[in-house]
Design a binder for this molecule. Sequence first.
Ligand SMILES: [Zn+2]
Length: 421
Amino acid sequence: MVKRAFKYRFYPSPEQAAELARTFGCVRLVYNMALQARTEAWTLRQERVNYNATSAMLTAWKKTEELAFLNEVSSVPLQQALRHLQVAFTNFFAKRARYPTFKSRKRSRRSAEYTTSAFRWRDGRLTLAKMDAPLDIVWSRPLPEGASPSTVTVSQDSAGRWFVSLLCEDRVEPVPATGVVGVDAGLDSLLTLSTGEKITNPKHERRDRAALARAQRNLARKEKGSANRAKARLKVARVHARIADRRRDHLHKLTTRLVRENQTIVIEDLTARNMLRNHNLARAVSDAAWRQFRTMLEYKTEWHGRTLVVVDRWFPSSKLCSACGALAARMPLHVRSWTCRCRQTHDRDVNAARNILAEGLSVIACGGGVRPQRESSRTRRSPMKQEPQRATAGIPAFRRGEDVNGPPSRRAGCPGGVLPA
Ligand SMILES: [Zn+2]
């Protein structure tokens, strides 16, 4: 059994929309005020304020005249906002994330989280606290049989669409798999697999991008504060949303297939590489898409009992010959294929994917360095915020002054090195 979120669109009545908009505003305000209080306590008095203390503050705020309106919305999403802030601080103190930032009215995601005490789930109908009627949800796919949500998150995207996400227990049928695969984020194609397969961008990506550029030019021409500008902005948001939807869909299909076919999947930690490389990479696989890909792999491998290995971010995957382990001196970005002195000719990305796979397998063989997977789907930690891999096994030999001319499996200095498939 795993916890799994099921997300649907819904259409609120005008009263429900108003109630939710009020709730989003209060959630944002409470989050920001608590963040302010915690920041002040720390910078002025070197005091750490925990969740319980912010919870007590919330109670006090509700009693003041100017913040009495906080009582008008359900108290649960406000409490949840404080919990989210607590998670943000925990990640910050564990050096997994930057210092929490204020939520912005325009830029931040509008959302509110309800736990069981704040909604009613009956006969497949969901009614939130402070509402009389159930939400008009479009059940685009069925919930698991007999499922009952433990947490409900309502959100509205920048294109104005409303979504509700239901966290339910779901059963995952075990499917055995024996494959191993390394994945490289490429330049020409979205991803390259160690099997030689290249995965292209979503089908409509190019056309969508052209439409986006058009909508953005149109927006730039509109006068600030005008009604036409607001319309043009919504148009831009809609195109963005369409691109994001198609990309998510594409990545879901891809990650599901990878997890179904393989027992072990090895990817590279791209946190720093994105910054080092030029902007081509940013265009081919945006930060957001890679993060999404990795998050999906993280929870899907966990569901299906697969192993996901994230290899060291400084590992020179493109420069290393996957056949003999020699290190090429330079590998400029325009070089798409190259021939090693062992006479093996490599496609740049396939070679990188093979190296990533070999590196991941040697990390496993050494018994260390396998990145801990997410604690649960409830923590919603950004995967990019996890601690960098520090295991010795993940550090290429050349950085430790060892001979790099041995076979790839030996370069991590691991006696039990596994040869690449
Ligand atoms: Zn070679």
